[in-house]
Design a protein around this ligand. Structure first.
Ligand SMILES: Nc1ncnc2c1ncn2[C@@H]1O[C@H](COP(=O)(O)OP(=O)(O)OP(=O)(O)O)[C@@H](O)[C@H]1O
Length: 227
């Protein structure tokens, strides 16, 4: 049995001095697709932030893509983030440049040098999200769903071991949410591990998978009832 990609043991998650989640025990293995659900304010984003090093883990143990979260140093964070692909609700594309340039910017920032290799990689990830023909466009020329697909492509650039998606469909209408979800499902079927925070129950019902719930300062696995 290989080592989990993510393991938290008796972890507590804080925002400043206030305890958001306590005694968190979670394990995610390679190839999993896991939902993180819970009402607004229950700690989903705080949980995600702890995983990508935006909030420190001060209590309990945490290991993610071979990084020890408890002993994570400031200088480790860019390297941790290269092994993670993070997708946000509001896409976070750079508005002053084209899609291709958005992706090339990330490749350069993460140490890629060879122009041909970079162009090939950009084409590959755009193809994965069915956006290969739109690379010359600016973000504002794309629909919300298309922008989110580009954000997923960007997350895939460095072959991440785990994709963290925080409310990726939060700004999208139901039909577009399904389209973005189909992309995430495809990527998962091709071997990528995904943790997705959402409060879109329609998606959960349509694409059932392992589900963790944040409630009353705790995280626990819920068993989905069959309709
Ligand atoms: N930057 C911050 N500073 C202090 N407290 C914060 C901060 N961000 C969130 N909190 C608090 O931490 C708790 C958990 O918030 P969090 O954003 O993690 O919840 P969430 O489940 O992601 O909510 P939503 O679905 O609305 O995004 C809330 O009580 C919130 O008020």
């Amino acid at each position: 049995m290989s080592k989990p990609i993510l393991q938290l043991k008796n972890a507590s998650i804080f925002q400043g001095d206030s305890l958001v989640l306590s005694n968190v025990n979670v394990e995610i293995n390679k190839g999993d697709f896991v939902y993180l659900i819970g009402k607004t304010g229950t700690g989903k984003s705080s949980f995600m932030k702890t995983l990508y090093g935006d909030l420190p883990l001060t209590e309990g143990e945490g290991n993610i893509v071979d990084y020890d979260l408890k002993h994570l140093k400031e200088k480790d964070i860019p390297f941790l983030r290269r092994k993670l692909g993070v997708v946000f609700q509001d896409f976070k594309l750079l508005t002053d440049r084209t899609i291709n340039d958005n992706l090339l910017f990330v490749l350069k920032a993460t140490g890629w040098k060879d122009k041909t290799e970079m162009d090939t990689r950009v084409e590959e990830v755009l193809a994965k999200v069915d956006m290969k023909t739109k690379g010359f466009k600016f973000p504002h020329e794309l629909s919300g769903g298309e922008q989110q697909r580009v954000a997923i492509a960007r997350a895939l650039l460095n072959n991440p071991e785990l994709i963290l998606a925080d409310e990726p469909t939060g700004n999208l209408d139901p039909q577009t949410s399904v389209e973005v979800m189909e992309v995430l499902q495809d990527i998962n079927k091709n071997g990528n591990t995904i943790l997705m925070a959402t409060h879109d129950y329609a998606l959960l019902l349509k694409y059932p998978s392992k589900t963790l719930k944040c409630d009353e300062n705790a995280v626990y696995e819920v068993v989905q009832r069959k309709g």
